[in-house]
Ligand binder design. Structure first.
Ligand SMILES: [Zn+2]
Length: 298
């Protein structure tokens, strides 16, 4: 790779930046995550419908996580008995995001309305809290933007506005994806909050812009009405911390008989639901686990 290619790779990398209003009344983040979304679609081999919804939740998770610290985590979780049955998106402010979607087998019957009939749960895993901080709302809209905004106002009483944009071509080869979140801080007046909301909601689509222009701060400034300081800039990636070893460690929690029957029936495939990675146990792996379990019993 020559310098020009390296430079272009760096400029095209997925990134999220967070900013603070110079008057301290709002905070905001903007993410470009086209590669991340491409990777998610490729890993899960989702159809266009599922790709669209999964992408918007992954983008939302990245945006919300940008307000946390270090390796704190945010989990967005939808459980529903509609066309969409499950969406899970998890992100960390260091830039990692992962997730999956499950739809009903009736996927081609898009007549099922609403798509989501169920609940949205948001959990935060924070450094200074022993237990996850969790809020749940009943989903009243299929729009991801509405769900996130509804959650923050009804569960945390924080006016929050999101703009999520996505372009996927029919072959799912080209993806342009990005999003913006703006959150009011104590001190913002009702009038200012409405102005911020209207500006964000009435502005043009973000997806094309994010593809054409490289400077995220510059893009952000055309969607919000306040002057800001950049407080954080991070790379974003679809990343899962699963590994064959992690799976093997979990197998130790099962009864020995179950491991033996897995071995005998050649059930050797382990699949990570978060990233769809496949791991395979060979007979040596099985023998090692069984031997260790037997040793523990004695
Ligand atoms: Zn995984």
């Amino acid at each position: 790779m020559n310098i020009e290619e390296l430079k272009s790779k760096f400029l095209n990398a997925d990134r999220i930046i967070s900013v603070l209003d110079k008057k301290g009344k709002f905070r905001a983040s903007i993410v470009k995550n086209s590669h991340t979304i491409s990777t998610a679609i490729e890993k899960h081999n989702t159809d266009k419908f599922s790709s669209f919804y999964l992408a918007k939740y992954l983008t939302s998770a990245s945006l919300i996580s940008s307000f946390l610290k270090g390796e704190e985590r945010i989990i967005l979780d939808i459980t529903s008995d509609g066309l969409i049955q499950k969406v899970y998106a998890e992100a960390m402010p260091i830039g990692e995001v992962r997730g999956f979607i499950k739809t009903s087998d009736d996927l081609h019957n898009k007549e099922i309305v609403p798509y989501i009939n169920g609940f949205f749960k948001l959990s935060k895993i924070l450094y200074d809290k022993g237990e996850p901080v969790t809020g749940i709302i009943e989903v009243k809209s299929d729009l991801v933007e509405d769900i996130i905004e509804d959650y923050f106002i009804s569960s945390e009483q924080i006016p929050t506005f999101v703009k999520l944009d996505l372009l996927i071509d029919e072959e799912k080869n080209t993806v342009h994806s990005g999003g913006i979140i703006v959150q009011s801080l104590p001190g913002a007046s009702g009038k200012e909050i409405t102005e911020v909301k209207n500006k964000l909601k009435n502005s043009e689509s973000l997806a094309n812009k994010i593809n054409m222009q490289k400077d995220l701060a510059e893009i952000l400034s055309s969607y919000i009405i306040f002057d800001f300081d950049i407080i954080k800039s991070k790379r974003v990636d679809f990343f899962c911390r699963c590994s064959k070893n992690n799976f093997i460690n979990k197998l130790y929690t099962l009864p020995l008989e179950e491991i033996e029957s897995m071995k005998n029936e050649n059930q050797n495939e382990l699949v990570c639901q978060f990233c769809n990675s496949h791991y395979y146990l060979d007979s040596e792996d099985f023998n090692k686990i069984i031997l260790a379990m037997k040793a523990r019993k004695n």
